[in-house]
Design a protein around this ligand. Structure first.
Ligand SMILES: [Zn+2]
Length: 120
């Protein structure tokens, strides 16, 4: 049984990673980041309620790889961050969406006000 998620992308830093649901992850894990394929696989057999923390976990794994010297996260720290960020996002989704929308509007304003757009 596959869900109705088409493969999608998640942008992390300069890279767009393919995010794909698969039936099963070899070794029985819930997710896997295939660095050399640029793909994040999520095991569909995990309950949907776990998907947000699992995806955040893999995003943190990618950040840890991309910025390893700066972050140096241990795996237990990635677990704690992913679980808590998932809870914060879920329990504050209205606020977060509003802040993202405000940020988008502000970004467009700044583009409009740039000297380039004014022909300077
Ligand atoms: Zn991990």
């Amino acid at each position: 049984m596959m869900n109705d998620w088409a493969p999608t992308q998640v942008r992390i830093g300069a890279t767009a990673w393919d995010l794909e649901f698969v039936d099963h992850i070899a070794g029985g894990g819930t997710a896997e980041t295939a660095y050399w394929e640029g793909k994040i696989y999520i095991a569909e057999e995990t309950p949907p309620g776990r998907w947000l923390p699992i995806v955040l976990h893999e995003i943190l794994e990618v950040l840890n790889l991309q910025y390893g010297d700066a972050l140096n996260l241990e795996h237990y720290q990635i677990n704690v961050l992913a679980e808590n960020l998932a809870q914060i996002i879920r329990d504050n989704i209205e606020l977060i969406l509003r802040l993202v929308r405000e940020n988008g509007a502000k970004g467009k304003e700044e583009v409009r006000e740039s000297p380039v757009d004014q022909g300077a």
